[in-house]
Design a binder for this molecule. Structure first.
Ligand code: ATP
Length: 730
């Protein structure tokens, strides 16, 4: 896409003299509140904001750290009329309203205009989910034949009817944005980057007066990024159509050259900066990812490689192909993924990265037709095992066996080691439900599809769905078990089920048949006591012990990820009250509510404090839907990690998160908290010097797990150098 200019942009409509009134105006020292909160009794989302956008300005709104992901989100909500702006005095309020309110340039004494019909937002969120109902929607539909009429709407059809006058502009724009060859594809078939570009093009063609683009460059490959930046620069200069663009960026993200002003939002404050000054305040790397002077990834990968810990094969594909009629998307792909490996999956938008991952997760129907696609599955013939370590999964065991014969019956002595618990099988023979348990996924599709309709689903419940990779909270028995009376309709667990995770009969069976790791199960004979009287009773007893054991491990895991990635890690607060950035009405924790299961091992704490802290407990109870999008993303990352699955897929994992969240997540993935808290110095030959707890505690992924990261930004991969392997799709 050569950087041609867009002459047509400038001539499509006759130039109209710009209004001398400001485009956006928030009077000095105003506060912004979520709707429904009384002015003086609640913490504002943003306080002391003064902001005026004038004709010709080009603004970027940047989330600073400590914003809880709601920083720029709160500003965008305000621009869309979804918050209440409170000027400091009644006089200021009256003057502001008289001058035209938030959008003075749209106020006209002669005609009444609803300004919000003139404003459009394109967010990093990809597709509309469940028709906006919050129900789960099948994000895998695009991989199969598209049957429904609505699924067959083409990109061209979705862009609306074109007048003859607009047609040249349309052609120029779609060509510049690399969409011309995709116009006749079903909208649903487009890749994430293609969809994002298409949505921006549609918004431009609709010619709003103000266009809000939240993280428009996220997920775009470098050529698409340059093309979009150039189009936006021309749009900024164009007098017709006159579209004022305001972009939202993460702190540290590259600020396009045409941006003239920056509004930085964080910690409930908004500060105006010039882009030049702003650059000085930002550390290196993308998205504020790297701390100054930080050298990434020296501890984990290299040490593990030295120790020869790179392990068994988890995925094996040879000659893999995917095509849709004549459109060949993947051709002859050979790839092996092993334990301990950290992969960076690269490729331009539309090169097939998501398709490849959908083969691994079994979501893609063509995964069944591959001749050589071996995936992990629970091995029915491997023996049970129960580890005394804390770092490995329960019903999501982490050490594979390439052949069932590698796993002879084990005694209780071997139960203290990582035990083989799953095996490689052809996709055809691998139940998809097993793949859901064995592969943790964060992706734009998952973010969009994750159901938000479940009444009051708490953060705890959302995280807990990661144990089986499903979408339905698993806290049915919580109210009874925890002895709470609060389990009303929609809150079956009482207090959001916090401190409880159900373990199904099927999971107990799986644990008994395939292995059970990471769980203290002293004295439980998983093989049964054959020949004794009352075998049935003993079986039942054993099953209940296994269930209890799994449940305790799961509860502990939930607290670990919530502590490592929750607000205590990204926005530590001195008191348990919710941070201003969190719009959620988190109940403050009552000292009586945590049951004994709310007090897991203090040694796992990221700081010297025992966890969970009151702040973490309050966060666990918060309704998932009330979180800012960045926080929801982080919760879905917790969900992907909580079961310690052997494979973790991180697709565009940082979008929507602020700098503090990204840093907390990277530190957890790389085990930085672990090395600071528990010295456990790594030594050649394995083990850890003086570190009984090596591999335990605050390490998001360990050497038995493989991670695949998909991003167009090298800097976004949490590991670097020789510890990262690269797989590039052409
Ligand atoms: N049902 C379909 N019919 C035709 N083409 C399809 C269909 N589904 C996907 N494609 C095409 O397959 C290609 C690969 O899509 P995929 O989502 O895997 O790309 P990607 O590498 O993940 O891109 P991005 O970086 O934008 O996320 C795209 O060009 C897409 O248009």
């Amino acid at each position: 896409m050569p950087p041609r200019c867009l002459p047509l942009l400038l001539h499509i409509r006759s130039y109209t003299t710009p209004s001398s009134k400001p485009i956006v105006h928030i009077p000095s020292n105003s506060s912004i509140y979520a709707f429904g909160s009384p002015a003086r009794s609640r913490t504002p989302l943003i306080h002391d904001i003064s902001w005026t956008v004038r004709e010709g300005d080009a603004w970027a709104v940047v989330s600073g750290s400590g914003s809880g992901g709601g920083g720029k989100g709160a500003v965008f909500k305000t621009l869309l009329g979804h918050t209440r702006i409170a000027p400091p005095t009644q006089g200021a309020q009256a003057a502001w309203a008289h001058a035209g309110g938030l959008y003075p340039f749209l106020s006209s004494p002669s005609e009444s205009v609803d300004p919000y019909t003139k404003i459009a937002l394109v967010s990093f969120r990809q597709r509309s989910s469940g028709g906006g109902s919050g129900a789960f929607f099948d994000y895998t539909a695009r991989y199969g034949a598209l049957w429904e009429a609505e699924d067959r709407v083409t990109l061209r059809g979705s862009l609306g009817d074109l007048t003859a006058e607009k047609k040249p502009f349309f052609e120029e724009l779609t060509s510049r944005m690399g969409l011309e060859d995709l116009l006749d594809l079903p909208l649903l078939a487009l890749s994430n980057g293609q969809t994002r570009r298409a949505r921006i093009v549609k918004a431009i063609l609709d010619e709003p007066e103000v266009l809000l683009l939240d993280e428009p460059l996220t997920g775009l490959d470098p050529p698409s990024r340059s093309a979009l930046t150039a189009v936006l620069a021309h749009l900024h200069e164009a007098s017709s159509p006159r579209i004022r663009v305001i972009i939202g960026l993460r702190k540290g993200e590259h600020i396009p050259a045409w941006v003239t002003h920056v509004l930085e939002v964080g910690d409930g404050r908004a500060v105006v900066r010039s882009p030049g000054l702003y650059y000085q305040g930002v550390g290196g790397g993308v998205g504020g990812l790297r701390k100054e002077g930080e050298k990434m990834g020296e501890q984990v990968g290299k040490a593990e490689i030295r120790r020869g810990r790179i392990g068994e094969v988890l995925v094996d594909m040879k000659g893999v192909n995917v095509s849709y009629r004549e459109r060949k998307v993947l051709q002859n792909i050979n790839w092996q993924i092993r334990q301990g490996e950290r992969w960076h999956l690269q490729g331009a938008n539309g090169s097939g990265k998501t398709t490849l991952l959908a083969l691994l997760t079994g979501d893609h129907p063509q995964s069944y037709t591959q001749r050589h696609l071996l995936l992990p599955s629970f091995s029915p013939s491997s023996s049970s095992s129960c580890s005394s370590t804390n770092s490995s999964p329960s019903a999501s065991p982490s050490s594979p066996s390439t052949t069932p014969s590698d796993t002879p019956n084990q005694t209780s002595e071997t139960n203290t080691k990582l035990a083989p618990a799953h095996t490689l099988q052809p996709r055809k023979r691998t139940p998809t439900a097993h793949l859901r348990r064995l592969i943790g996924v964060v992706s734009p599709e998952m973010f969009d599809a994750f159901p938000r309709r479940h009444p009051g689903m708490s953060v705890w419940e959302a995280v807990g769905t990661g144990f089986d990779g499903g979408f339905v909270p698993r806290t049915r028995g919580a109210a009874r078990a925890l002895g709470t009376k609060e389990g009303g309709k929609g809150d079956k667990g009482g207090q959001g089920g916090v401190g409880w995770v159900d373990v199904s009969d099927e999971e107990v069976d799986l644990a008994l048949a395939s292995g059970l790791e990471g769980v203290k199960l002293e004295g439980v004979d998983l093989k049964g006591k054959e020949g004794k009287d009352g075998l049935e009773d003993e079986d039942e007893e054993r099953r209940e012990e296994v269930r209890k054991c799994l449940r305790e491990w799961r509860v502990e895991r939930c607290w670990e990820v919530l502590s490592a990635l929750g607000p205590a890690a990204y926005a530590p607060a001195p008191s348990p009250s919710p941070s201003p950035s969190s719009p959620s009405p988190s109940p403050s924790p009552s000292p009586s509510s945590p049951s004994s299961s709310l007090s897991p091992t203090p040694a796992l704490s990221p700081s010297s404090q025992p966890y969970p802290t009151p702040q973490t407990i309050a966060f666990a109870r918060t309704p998932f839907t009330s979180l800012a999008p960045g926080e929801q993303r982080l919760v879905l990352l917790m969900r992907a990690l909580v079961g310690r699955p052997p494979i973790v897929l991180l697709d565009e994992v940082w979008s929507g998160m602020d700098g503090g969240m990204v840093r907390a997540a990277r530190a957890y993935l790389r085990g930085e908290g672990e090395s600071t808290d528990e010295p456990g110095e790594e030594v050649e030959g394995g083990g850890a010097k003086g570190g009984e707890k090596e591999g335990q505690g605050m390490r998001g992924v360990d050497e038995t797990q493989a991670v695949v990261v998909i991003t167009h930004w090298e800097e976004e991969v949490p590991w670097e150098g020789e510890e990262v392997r690269r797989f590039k799709l052409g």
